[in-house]
Design a protein around this ligand. Sequence first.
Ligand SMILES: Nc1ncnc2c1ncn2[C@@H]1O[C@H](COP(=O)(O)OP(=O)(O)OP(=O)(O)O)[C@@H](O)[C@H]1O
Length: 289
Amino acid sequence: MLGTMDDAHVEVAGLTKRYGDKTAISGVSFRIDAGESVALLGPNGAGKTTTIEILEGFRRATAGRVRVLGCDPDRAGPTWRARVGIVLQQTGTFDEATVGELLRQFAAYYPAPRDVAELIEAVGLTAQAGTRISRLSGGQRRRVDVALGVIGNPSILFLDEPTTGFDPEARREFWALIRAIRSRGTTILLTTHYLDEAAELSDRAIVIAAGTVLADSPLAQLGGPDAHKPHVRWTDPSGDHLEITADPGAVVTAIHARGNYSDLSVTTPSLEQTYLDVIDRARTGGVRQ
Ligand SMILES: Nc1ncnc2c1ncn2[C@@H]1O[C@H](COP(=O)(O)OP(=O)(O)OP(=O)(O)O)[C@@H](O)[C@H]1O
């Protein structure tokens, strides 16, 4: 059966994956509702690709419960696969075909594909529709990858490090493309090492490291409430000071009133710093947010 009684598009409970005697994923649980866009974050080797490929049905879980669109990906059939869009980290090349030929060929595999000309326009390749894939730039090929991922009009789209190697302009164009797919109501799970990308494309971040979930929260709340408070730093005759405060104005006014200070600054931690703190705290024995 496709679909569940509720709105969960992904349900993962106690997911564990071992490669031989190495445990890559250890008891991971999370849920993604229909229409949500979620970023899976974590350092190299954290288990992101392993997790996403289990959800795609490309790898088999060692233990735990996994449901995508209400089905176990390991047992799901072609009807399920037609509703799941995938953009892998690296894709094969179809050098001899033109963009239009390739997409028309793939559209024929799906019961309810998107209109090919409209999709080519949506991914910004109208001028290249008659161009062989081998003649496209790296960024243009990645657009073809995305077009192939959504040609079947999927309910959920998996993107594994979609913009690695992109220049800043290509990355921004790609974000616009994904936002357009998101605005159609498609559920999205992406892995990325770029915090700005996660912030642009996601409602929520799930942070994993060493195969366990460290945080699962909206990006603006990552690390807990104190993680986003401004830092006031200053120096006075008694030494260097740091105060983390929700009201930096009041702290600065008090410092000023006391006088005899130097090197006063007010900064807000970046999302990247907050993320690195979450990872760091876990390494040094902190607790889950
Ligand atoms: N086929 C495999 N056989 C053995 N070990 C593997 C295999 N695939 C992954 N691993 C190991 O599992 C762990 C998780 O790897 P995974 O590729 O899922 O991490 P990742 O978070 O996607 O990393 P990256 O950010 O570098 O892509 C790593 O320690 C990796 O070496």
